[in-house]
Design a protein around this ligand. Structure first.
Ligand code: NAD
Ligand code: IPM
Ligand code: MN
Length: 347
């Protein structure tokens, strides 16, 4: 049997509820594919912060670094100052483990309701390659003259040629592997001229290695419009960290809702474990009520298996989710949805 060391960071709010269902499905798969999954749960998030003041101690980070993959629920809680856990835990993991590709498929499953009129699953099938370690997320900047009428808050967007090139090359590889072979750069090069020009120039350079891939460019504001009125124009998108965050919530909304959107924080060079998580947050408004949809987490488990070289197992979960979505009716609890999908995987 194959051994997989899995770090589990359930986190805050609905995180533990959805992660439990993801693990339920993973356990079924493990039996079928002879996987010995060695799970280590890490007590990180709001509760630990309240108890100890710690967010992500270095010793814990180093332990996580030694695992094969990470499954994360969500972090963030209204009782903790905003950014403490988001930056100190989630972004720290993404940065420290060099998750420079944030993979976010936007795919409408058959039978799933979309708020868009007249679209079919063929019209919404894209993958957003969001840069994961740079842009406005780096924390470069600061506050001057705090609390005065002349306070200045700067938050720099950091974009390196190295970082931009590696994420663009990855996006080309994904585009080259898909039937439409189309890659769209989404940015704001009419205003963010320094970073935008760097992305444009590197896109053109790397394009020479992929003559079979067609490329185009869309400003991010227009991209939000096209997500709503012409999502079919997109196949693969490559974009900056912040733009990618925003457009993938719109992507989730058009593809059936935030409860279905999966993601992977990928270190393609495999110098550290990759981390899989739903796109959504800790949803404090519904936490503890068994109302959260665990489907996004279950699909994130499929992405995790794919990343670990188990594509058959991944497809099996996706098919089970697809069947579950087609036959959905009536309200089910988080646990019922997990049970139903696990049963389908069990066959
Ligand atoms: P959110 O995604 O938590 O919630 C937005 C809305 O979507 C809420 O109404 C929520 O009930 C609903 N929702 C989210 N997930 C759902 C699910 N699985 N099933 C059904 N409904 C679901 O975003 P927010 O409200 O902007 O943020 C809440 C907290 O989560 C904040 O602390 C934020 O920083 C954090 N956050 C964390 C992550 C992450 O860990 N990756 C992502 C986004 C937000
Ligand atoms: C996401 C979240 C995070 C992000 C926050 C919580 C740091 O919104 O995963 O989409 O902005 O990347
Ligand atoms: Mn987000």
């Amino acid at each position: 049997s194959r051994n997989i060391r899995l770090a589990v960071v359930a986190g805050d709010g609905i995180g533990p509820e959805v992660v439990a269902e993801g693990l339920k499905v993973l356990d079924v798969i493990a039996g079928q594919y002879d996987l010995a999954i060695e799970k280590t749960s890490y007590d990180l998030g709001a509760a630990r912060w309240h108890r100890t003041g710690e967010v992500l101690p270095d010793s814990v980070l180093e332990e996580i670094r030694g695992q094969d993959a990470i499954l994360l629920g969500a972090v963030g809680d209204p009782t903790v100052p905003s950014g403490t856990l988001e930056r100190g835990l989630l972004l720290k993991l993404r940065f420290a483990l060099d998750h420079y590709v944030n993979l976010r498929p936007v795919k409408l499953f058959p039978g799933v309701e979309t708020p868009l009129a007249g679209v079919t699953p063929e019209d919404i099938d894209m993958i957003v390659v969001r840069e994961g370690t740079e842009g406005p997320y780096t924390g470069v900047g600061g506050v001057l003259r705090k609390g005065t009428p002349h306070e200045i808050a700067t938050q720099e967007s950091v974009n390196t040629a190295f970082g931009v090139e590696r994420v663009i090359r990855y996006a080309f590889q994904i585009a080259a592997s898909r039937p439409r072979r189309k890659l769209t750069l989404v940015h704001k090069d009419n205003v963010l001229t320094f970073a935008g020009e760097l992305y444009q120039r590197i896109l053109k350079q790397v394009a020479a290695e992929f003559p079979e891939v067609t490329t185009d460019y869309v400003h991010v504001d227009a991209a939000t419009m096209f997500f709503v009125n012409n999502p079919a124009r997109f196949d693969v998108i490559v974009t900056d960290n912040l733009f990618g965050d925003i457009i993938t919530d719109i992507g989730a909304a058009i593809a059936g809702g935030i409860g279905l959107a999966a993601s992977g924080n990928v270190n393609p060079d495999k110098t550290a474990p990759s981390m899989f998580e739903p796109v959504h947050g800790s949803a404090p408004d519904i936490a503890g009520q068994s109302k959260a949809d665990p489907t996004a987490t279950i699909l994130s488990v499929a992405m995790l298996l794919e990343h670990l070289g188990l594509p058959e197992a991944a497809r099996k979960i996706e098919h089970a989710v697809g069947a579950d979505l087609t036959e959905r009716s009536g309200a089910r609890s988080t646990q019922q949805i997990g049970d139903d999908i696990a049963k389908r995987v069990a066959g």
